[in-house]
Design a protein around this ligand. Sequence first.
Ligand code: 13P
Length: 249
Amino acid sequence: MRSKIVAGNWKMNKNLSETETLLAELAAKLPDTNAEVMVAPTYINLIGATRCLENSTIEVIAQNMHFAESGAFTGEISADMLLSIGVNTAIIGHSERRAYFGETDAILAKKVVTALAKNIRVLFCFGEELEDRKSGNHFAVVESQLKNALFSLDASVWSKIVLAYEPVWAIGTGETASPEQAQEMHAFIRKTITEAYTTKIADQVSILYGGSVKPGNATEIFSKPDVDGGLIGGASLVADDFVAIIKAI
Ligand code: 13P
């Protein structure tokens, strides 16, 4: 059985005291759930967050990491640095990293290889832009993003990969993919993985949906058979909303 996961990507939001306050509230209100719950605060608050959540099942994860082991990469964070503070999962390939920081499929492929070599679990994001969907290219775009960054990997590492399909047009816009659109794409992703690897791998990988998931639409999106959870932006910054989304799964 693949894992159900609800992850909050806090992006560039919340200073240290706000982080502590939100995490204390989340930890106190966390419902009983079989799903894995994760939060991704900004880098400088990762240590503080891991301390706040020492007695909680909520996992602290990173929003990004560099592909190099160490060295002259001003402003960057390595896999070993994350591991040294107890962070074992990293988001890689978020569309904001691709759009604003020039992260190409080739760069992302290197990041994924490094993360997996260090035994860091990868939460890999991808998804089409509005023009791709309008022109009917969304399946081809998603397939090429997966192929370019992931399909050279050995089958054995796929147990350390979680996928997050995030259509760019649905991120922070209030517009979500319909549950049917999400299901259609998630089923396509699973089929693509089956073709590149095996049905077993495709069936075991968790595929999250991201893009304006809110308490009001989470239940319907999560009810789809190939949607294994969500990567939540804005709504993860409000404890009651994030908790409601966790309850929805
Ligand atoms: P929103 O939920 O704010 O649309 O953000 C989604 C996202 O980018 C999560 O990584």
